[in-house]
Design a binder for this molecule. Structure first.
Ligand code: PGA
Length: 238
């Protein structure tokens, strides 16, 4: 594991963007696994800036996102498709048809999940997976539970997650969707490289437990201890 501690959110974001940039330069037709939430926004800004400066092209890149809320249209302001368009895709030259986010409006969730895993497989797997971490140790929406769930699946969001994400829904818990589709742990663990971001003291305890405590489905991020190419970038301040 590579562990990088930075002093600021900006430094963490720059470091993450530079790893993603290196991945694209090394393999222009690479597959990026992307995350949502507050943490990666700065890295996406840096990537958009690199594109604007003419230093990077996403023309050959494909992306697969970790998750999507069930029941939100992709045009909903809080859907992760909207998040990706607003924070990254609309600012770079990626071909939108090469960007994949699970369909939270699918009529048959099991079929949508199987299709998502097939897509990842047909793309040749993920070259670099970017991750944040939830306060409860989730990655994607793989919530704490009794077993590691390997396939893409529908998950009921934990109270912790609903409460943490209510800040995006006018601080109203009842507005937060209660379920989501999430990439499973196989997709994440089979990524050739994983970059985990965490910022602020509030995340330090969970990062410490995930990286140095027992590997357990009660703390899904702990499975990353078994990943052969994990880079963790933390920022002291958010
Ligand atoms: P955050 O969320 O980046 O908004 O803290 C991370 C996560 O829940 O995975």
């Amino acid at each position: 594991m590579n562990y990088i501690l930075t002093n600021s959110y900006e430094a963490m974001s720059k470091k993450a963007a530079s790893l993603i940039c290196a991945q694209i330069l090394m393999k222009p037709a690479c597959v990026l696994g992307l995350a949502t939430g507050s943490t990666p926004i700065g890295a996406y800004k840096q990537l958009a800036a690199l594109f604007k400066a003419g230093e990077l092209s996403f023309k050959g890149v494909s992306t697969v996102n970790l998750d999507e809320y069930c029941g939100l249209q992709e045009t909903h302001p809080q859907s992760y498709r909207t998040y990706m368009n607003d924070n990254l895709f609309n600012h770079i030259d990626i071909k939108k048809h090469n960007t994949y986010v699970p369909d939270g409006m699918a009529s048959d969730y099991a079929q949508e999940c199987a299709k998502y895993d097939k897509t990842i497989h047909e793309l040749g797997g993920i070259d670099l997976q970017l991750l944040g971490i939830g306060n409860n140790g989730h990655i994607g929406f793989n919530e704490p539970g009794e077993e590691f769930v390997m396939d893409t699946h529908r998950v009921l969001l934990s109270e912790d997650t609903i409460s943490a994400n209510s800040r995006f829904f006018e601080n109203e818990i009842s507005n937060v969707p209660t379920a989501a589709l999430t990439m499973g742990l196989r997709g994440i663990m089979h990524a050739r490289k994983v970059v985990l971001l965490a910022c602020g003291k509030a995340k330090f305890e969970i990062i410490d437990r995930a990286l140095y405590g027992p590997v357990t489905p009660k703390l899904p991020a702990s499975i990353l201890q078994l990943h052969p190419d994990l880079t963790v970038i933390c920022a002291k301040e958010c």
